[in-house]
Design a protein around this ligand. Structure first.
Ligand SMILES: NC(=O)C1=CN([C@@H]2O[C@H](COP(=O)(O)OP(=O)(O)OC[C@H]3O[C@@H](n4cnc5c(N)ncnc54)[C@H](O)[C@@H]3O)[C@@H](O)[C@H]2O)C=CC1
Ligand SMILES: O=C(O)C(=O)COP(=O)(O)O
Length: 387
């Protein structure tokens, strides 16, 4: 029996993927697994039995990945599962920044008692006039799951799309329309584009990457869109640039005291992935990842441990070991198992950065003493026995 705890509301369609082996608990301290969306986990006291965390979404800046890896806790996310939801929100952002749709709607609301509204609308509408996006140049920084969808959709709407991503994955490159211009220096995006949208993860290396220097290089009247994370942008600098007329509009999905209400900012309350479809997709993928890890020890889409898959165990038992990526670990595991007269039928070992993961399928049941010996090896962070 496994217990899971939800730190945020998680779509029931996804949770229905858990079998009767799983019970939802309100007490986080009972949890073997946690499902989370954007709740901040940095200061959270960790439950003792916690094996895994699944982020039903893409961004993992709310989770202390290294600290969890140190404790052998595998953190998953759900790559691409909410990308279409965000893509559609970005398309809305492009249009909201180009046409004063919100101003127009507000005017109609304010005039709702006016019997002459139809006639007055024809007089007033020039105040809400805008421009079209067709033919304009859109720069996309970050061509992952979301950036690629935005690029292809914008190209289909007639925009000239420039894409920049020095670390683009092979899959993303295959999915990118051939109409997208491959940009190798981000400055070219700053220099040439009428609209710039950012789709990179928040990490130390990307924090405030859109700063005053970058804005100074941009075209006058540029529109910036940020559906990724507010901390990627120096928003004080953006507000100054809006005041100076350098930036025309800043569209963001992350309200904070700097941007909420600031002139020229169009801010939504982090709703990029808040669609029924995205919420269901993320929850379904997260639940699948947890089940495969808790029951079979397989790791898919982890952000702090390597991919590792040995399918379903067809021998007597499987041992899963989370450990440091240092030399002679496999040698030590094999000698402990050999000395205990246990034959390794199948094994896998994968590493990612400082951490590694090993699976051993054995022909005989392992004893608690052998598990204790494995746990004592320097560099071992967690040992589990699975059937
Ligand atoms: N507003 C919302 O509700 C949502 C926001 N997000 C945010 O969007 C971000 C991106 O999401 P996905 O596209 O799904 O992630 P992804 O991991 O598929 O793509 C990120 C891309 O950024 C690229 N990248 C990393 N550093 C870069 C740099 N310095 N310059 C250019 N490219 C760089 C990577 O190579 C990768 O291709 C997430 O990390 C999250 O913060 C994601 C989903 C929903
Ligand atoms: O997936 C992401 O990175 C998001 O920002 C979506 O966050 P949410 O699940 O809507 O709280």
């Amino acid at each position: 029996m496994f217990h899971y705890h939800c730190l945020n509301p998680i779509s029931q369609v996804g949770l229905d993927g858990f079998s009767s082996l799983y019970v939802q608990t309100d007490n986080i301290n009972d949890a073997d697994a946690i499902l989370v969306r954007s709740a901040a986990m940095h200061d959270l006291e960790l439950p003792e039995n916690l094996e895994a965390v699944a982020r039903a979404g893409a961004g993992v800046n709310n989770i202390p990945l290294q600290k969890y890896a140190e404790q052998g806790i595998v953190v998953f996310n759900t790559p691409g599962a909410n990308a279409n939801g965000v893509k559609e929100a970005v398309l809305a952002g492009l249009l909201l920044a180009s046409r004063d749709i919100v101003g127009g709607i507000n005017w109609v609301q304010s005039e709702r008692q006016n019997d002459l509204i139809a006639k007055d609308a024809e007089k007033e509408k020039k105040r809400f006039a805008g421009n079209e996006i067709m033919g304009k140049r859109l720069g996309i920084i970050g061509l992952g799951a979301i950036g690629v969808l935005v690029a292809n959709a914008a190209a289909r709407l007639g925009m000239e799309v420039y894409g920049y991503d020095p670390y683009i994955s092979v899959d993303a490159a295959w999915n990118l329309s051939r109409d997208i211009r491959h940009i190798k220096e981000v400055d070219e995006i700053y220099r040439e584009c009428d609209y710039i949208t950012i789709h990179v993860p928040l990490m130390d290396s990307t924090r405030k990457m859109i700063n005053k220097d970058a804005i100074d290089k941009m075209k006058d009247g540029v529109v910036l869109l940020n559906y990724a994370r507010d901390l990627l942008v120096d928003e004080e600098a953006v507000v100054d640039a809006l005041r100076a007329g350098k930036v025309k509009r800043y569209v963001s999905d992350f309200p904070n005291p700097t941007t909420a209400g600031a002139k020229g900012c169009i801010v939504t309350p982090h709703i990029g992935a808040s669609t029924a479809e995205s919420e269901d997709n993320c929850a379904k993928m997260a639940v699948k990842e947890l089940i495969d890890y808790l029951e079979h020890g397989n790791i898919h889409h982890s952000v702090n441990y390597p991919e590792c898959d040995m399918g379903i165990c067809s021998t007597v038992c499987r041992i899963a070991i989370n450990h440091r990526n240092i030399k002679n670990m496999i040698g030590q595991f094999a000698s402990v198992l050999g000395e205990a007269d246990l034959n390794i039928a199948n094994m896998a070992n994968q590493s990612k950065g400082e951490y590694a993961y090993s699976l051993f399928d054995l022909d005989t049941m392992v004893t608690p003493q052998v598990i204790e010996t494995l746990k004592k090896i320097d560099g071992v962070l967690k040992v589990r026995v699975l059937k």
